[in-house]
Every structure is written in structure tokens, then in C-alpha cells.
Design a binder for this molecule. Structure first.
Ligand code: ATP
Length: 233
């Protein structure tokens, strides 16, 4: 069963073809790597999958139905590369606010905040302002905010950038845990070694076009050849 199917998606910025006829499917529960060099079209693809942009052409199916951003957005968690936290808000208030935006009641949000803050060892930060935190700490707060409402589809754009090895491992373990419990994960990066370590499926894009996709185990050799060709190995 595919959670997401992209069919012949296109997105142009004026005449520039940022995404040019890309199709692929994402199986439920997979950790799906979206890999490509800078400017490949990854962010543009993610913005269409999260309903921020409408495609110029093509179709997105979510759970087998045409994707309807107004309704389906509640099932999606998106951690963009440019993090979206409010610098002047306190950490606890920020996460509470984002959780309620995603439909959690104050009581549900409070329980989840207690659980996740303790698990990520950030309980003592709750009253600090976001701007007082390092980039890595903000990343942990953003990750928690993204998974609080238990999305069916979790989209992570460069989730490890700015994180030290211990916190990278913490988030990586959580990604595996979420996938085991049925969450589908899209992991966007230009770092090949992360994809090999974490993902079970991949799609490689370059200059707005799909180069190849499939289960990592089956396409590893072709994949390396193409990465070398486009200078990403
Ligand atoms: P990066 O990893 O650098 O973010 P990416 O793979 O996410 O790259 P996109 O950000 O989707 O790539 O950009 C794809 C192409 O579209 C690039 O050539 C980029 O310069 C161009 N582009 C992106 N946003 C705009 C925009 N708002 N207006 C015009 N061109 C854009």
C-alpha cells in the first residue's frame, strides 16, 4: 500500500523547470530518502507534498485519494529546512501552540509535552526563549513539535543539520521507532551516507528530473554510479 503517489508532477518558476515530470510512490511505513544536489528540486517537491504549492501539472494521491491539503494536512508533519520557530516565544509555549494548531487539546498537548520533553531531556528548557537555544537545541524542539500529533506522513528536510552526534543519534533512533509503528517518513538530504544508513527506499533527483528510485538494496549499485556522475558521492 502506498501512502503517497506522485504522478507526473511539474512545477516551474517562470520558465525555470524546478520539478519536471517527476513520478514515484512511497510505501506505507517506509523511510524514504529524497536525495539530490543543491537546486535539484527537493524543496519544491516537498512544498507540493505539504500543500504549500499547487503543482503546475500532475497529481498527488494521498492514501489512494487525490491529495486535499485542507483536509490531509492534519495527517502530515513537516520539518522544513528553514526552521519555523518563533524566536521570542518560550519553548513550552511554542510547542503547546504548534500542537494545538495541529488539533490537539490543551490537555493532550500537555501530556505529550511532558513525555517528549522528558524523553529528549529538555524539560529544564521549557521556560527559555527559543532565541536562547543553540541551533541544535532548536532542532530538537522543532522535531518534537513536528511529531506531537502523530502524523501518518512525517517529512524531514535535512533533520540532522547543526546537530551533534549524540542528538543526531537520538533523532535517528526516533525515526526508526516511528517507522516501526507505521509512520511513513520522507527524509530529504544531499548526504548520501545518511540515506544509506537510514532509508529503505530512495529517489534520486537532479535538475528537476528523477534519475532513479526503488528499494535501497536493489538499486545500490546503479545509485552509486549515478551519484558519481552527478558529483554527489
Ligand atoms: P537545496 O538543497 O539547495 O534547497 P533543492 O533540491 O531543495 O535545493 P529547490 O529549492 O527545490 O532545490 O530549487 C529547485 C530549483 O528552483 C533551483 O534551481 C532553484 O534555484 C530554483 N528556485 C527555487 N525557488 C525558487 C523561486 N522562488 N523562484 C525562482 N527559482 C526558484
Amino acid at each position: 500500500m502506498n501512502v503517497l503517489e506522485l504522478q507526473h508532477l511539474k512545477k516551474y518558476y517562470a520558465t525555470h523547470k524546478a520539478v519536471d515530470d517527476i513520478s514515484f510512490s512511497i510505501p506505507k511505513g517506509s523511510i524514504f530518502g529524497l536525495l539530490g544536489p543543491n537546486g535539484a528540486g527537493k524543496t519544491t517537491l516537498l512544498r507540493m507534498i505539504t500543500g504549500i504549492f499547487y503543482p503546475d501539472a500532475g497529481e498527488i494521491l494521498f492514501d489512494g485519494r487525490p491529495f486535499d491539503p485542507r483536509n490531509d494536512i492534519q495527517y502530515i508533519g513537516y520539518m522544513p529546512e528553514e526552521r519555523g520557530l518563533y524566536k521570542k516565544m518560550k519553548v513550552g509555549e511554542q510547542v503547546m501552540y504548534l500542537a494545538q494548531l495541529k488539533g490537539l487539546s490543551a490537555q493532550e498537548a500537555r501530556q505529550k509535552i511532558d513525555y517528549w520533553f522528558s524523553r529528549f531531556e529538555i524539560t529544564s528548557w521549557a521556560n527559555k526563549k527559543i532565541e536562547e537555544l543553540s541551533k541544535g537545541m532548536q532542532q530538537k524542539v522543532q522535531f518534537i513539535s513536528t511529531i506531537m500529533h502523530q502524523p501518518k506522513l512525517l517529512i524531514l528536510d535535512e533533520p540532522f543539520s547543526g546537530l551533534d552526534p549524540i542528538n543526531s543519534q537520538l533523532i535517528q533512533d526516533e525515526i526508526f521507532q516511528l517507522a516501526k509503528s507505521g509512520t511513513t517518513i520522507i527524509f530529504s538530504t544531499h548526504r548520501m551516507e545518511q540515506v544509506e544508513e537510514i532509508c529503505d527506499h530512495i529517489v534520486l533527483v537532479n535538475k528537476g528530473r528523477k534519475v532513479l528510485d526503488g528499494p535501497v538494496k536493489q538499486i545500490r549499485q546503479d545509485f552509486k554510479h549515478h551519484l558519481y556522475r552527478i558529483g554527489l558521492d
